[in-house]
Design a protein around this ligand. Structure first.
Ligand SMILES: Nc1ncnc2c1ncn2[C@@H]1O[C@H](COP(=O)(O)OP(=O)(O)OP(=O)(O)O)[C@@H](O)[C@H]1O
Ligand SMILES: O=P(O)(O)OC[C@H]1O[C@H](OP(=O)(O)OP(=O)(O)O)[C@H](O)[C@@H]1O
Ligand SMILES: O=C(O)c1cccnc1
Length: 495
């Protein structure tokens, strides 16, 4: 798949914030552009007040970075930019530098479909400062959105308890790419299909759908409309029954179902798109069963989300398939995931990696210094804790303690010998070359399912979920505390 080429025909290097380019210029002027740094991409809070997040978007990142270069047209645009005094914004030497720039970073990242938690990196970039900086905005743009939507879809599909969820969002999505990326992420999160035909073509997602009220309204009567639809699609009839009178609509669907059956065909089901979905679905079930259609499915749609689905389940509604659009693809109750991208180490002139810290009044905002990875420990297939650790230091095999980065009094003992460990950040790029092969979307979707299955249900409930333990390995905790104290001492001495 070539997302950037298909959609945007060429370079996406200018899809960044202006300040990344001005910083890049200033790094270049200061002779610092080739200094190496490490940046981590992570979020601080689960979206939707939930207890888990599903990572998505890595394939876009791979495509973006693989194609990262400035084309002539990009350079021409930058050459035409003016500073406030009317002089060129960027010197020619810098523009030549950009034109010759070739992507050369290492990237490590969690695979799509991985369940992830606050503060632990989901992607790490190691490379020349200028490249790291230019990548900040596009990486956040891609991963924030797709991770948000994959998480929303996972919540919705969990609420549907294994019943199919059809994604209907295109008409309400945030523009064209918002719709495409949302359809992809929704499928990764667990939806069964999309109504978005282009997403089907680009990403290999199953496409499905029913029909609209306009189809019914274009005929003299609802019955005629159902009959005509049955003529065109004898094997794919899901009749929308609520255009005029829902109970009458169900009766008409049954009539046409009988006609189909007399021709050796079966109607697939009905769709209800308004009114009390619990009441009408139960009425429909009774009527369909009574008429000899116990296998006819009942599809429901109309501003659904995980909360309404859970409520309809608790009301024992007879709904088998859920059509969900607006609230899924717009992440209705939380429009953005707040992932950030922070520098955590710089390579000195002597070639040593120096961990970096940014001290903040809020513990929440003090970053995690150094070059780390995240190890997930499993016990009998169940995830028990995630440990953020310094990659160049051995974790004591006899046992260690992980410490909550926000509250050092919250600790958990880890005995690696009793657990299986998996390092979540996998090598994706080495020296600018891709060394990871993106799995087919079906595999990613399956990974989401398997990953969610490995977490206790208490972390997945919609309201007040139980917090999954994520902590810093002891050595990393001590390094962080030492650096914070040093920085504070320096501040005090200079006050
Ligand atoms: N039994 C139910 N329990 C909880 N929520 C429901 C139930 N039935 C429907 N809903 C939800 O209530 C909301 C009803 O919205 P609204 O009043 O706009 O729909 P409507 O008037 O029935 O249909 P429309 O205006 O689309 O023709 C929708 O979000 C729907 O999913
Ligand atoms: O409600 P959503 O979760 O976004 O699902 C998609 C909706 O889009 C369609 O109708 P549309 O909203 O265009 O018109 P209608 O509801 O007025 O029929 C469809 O019938 C669903 O109701
Ligand atoms: O196929 C459907 O039923 C459908 C598609 C888009 C939006 N609402 C419904």
């Amino acid at each position: 798949m070539k997302i950037t080429k298909d959609l945007y025909q060429g370079s996406l290097a200018l899809l960044t914030d202006f300040y990344q380019l001005t910083m890049a210029y200033a790094y270049w002027k200061a002779g610092k552009g080739e200094e190496e740094a490490v940046f981590n991409l992570f979020f601080r809070k689960h979206p939707f007040q939930g207890g888990f997040t599903v990572a998505a978007g890595l394939e876009y990142v791979v495509d973006y970075c693989r194609n990262f270069h400035f084309e002539k047209k990009d350079i021409e645009y930058l050459a035409g930019m003016k500073a406030p005094d009317g002089s060129p914004q960027f010197e020619k030497g810098f523009l030549d530098y950009l034109e010759n720039l070739r992507f050369s970073c290492d990237i490590d990242a969690v695979e799509e479909g991985t369940v992830v938690f606050p503060n632990a990196p989901i992607l790490r970039v190691k490379g020349p400062l200028i490249q790291c900086q230019l990548l900040e905005t596009p990486l956040l743009n891609i991963l924030n959105f797709q991770t948000l939507i994959a998480t929303k879809a996972a919540r919705i599909t969990l609420a549907a308890k294994g019943e199919p969820v059809l994604e209907f969002g295109l008409r309400r999505a945030q523009g064209i790419d918002g719709a495409l990326a949302a359809s992809r992420a929704a499928y990764i999160g667990g939806c069964t299909s999309t109504s978005n035909v282009m997403a089907g073509k680009l990403f290999g997602i199953p496409v499905s759908g029913t029909h609209a009220h306009s189809w019914i309204m274009s005929f003299e009567s609802e019955l005629e409309a159902f009959e005509a639809y049955a003529d065109a699609f004898p094997d794919q009839c899901v009749f929308l029954v609520d255009t005029y009178d829902t109970l009458q609509g169900i009766k008409n669907a049954i009539k046409v179902g009988e006609i189909l059956r007399s021709k050796g065909k079966e109607m697939v089901g009905i769709r209800i798109d308004s009114g009390d979905l619990a009441y009408f679905s139960n009425q429909a079930r009774e009527m369909l069963d009574g008429a000899g259609f116990p296998n006819a499915k009942i599809v429901a749609s109309n501003d659904l989300d995980e909360y309404i689905i859970a409520s309809l389940k608790s009301q024992e509604a007879s709904i088998n398939v859920w059509g969900v659009g607006t609230k899924l693809v717009t992440a209705f109750d939380q429009p953005a995931l707040g992932a950030v991208y922070k520098l955590s180490a710089i390579r000195t002139e002597e070639g040593e990696w120096q961990p970096k810290i940014k001290v903040s009044q809020q513990t929440l905002k003090i970053n995690i210094p150094g070059i780390h990875n995240v190890r997930r420990y499993y016990s009998q297939g169940k995830a028990v804790a995630d440990m953020i650790f310094l990659e160049d230091q051995e974790v004591n095999p006899r046992g260690t303690v992980i410490i909550d980065p926000l509250d050092p009094t919250r600790r958990k003992r880890i005995m690696p010998a009793f657990y299986q460990g998996e390092d979540l950040l996998k090598p994706i790029f080495k020296d600018g070359k891709v060394i990871y092969s993106c799995p087919p979307i079906e595999k990613i979707r399956q990974r989401t399912k398997d990953q969610l299955g490995s977490f206790d249900k208490t972390h997945k409930r919609l309201v007040n979920p139980h917090i999954y333990p994520v902590g810093l390995e002891e050595n990393l905790h001590h390094l962080r505390m030492d650096l914070v104290l040093k920085a504070k001492k320096f501040e005090d001495e200079n006050e």
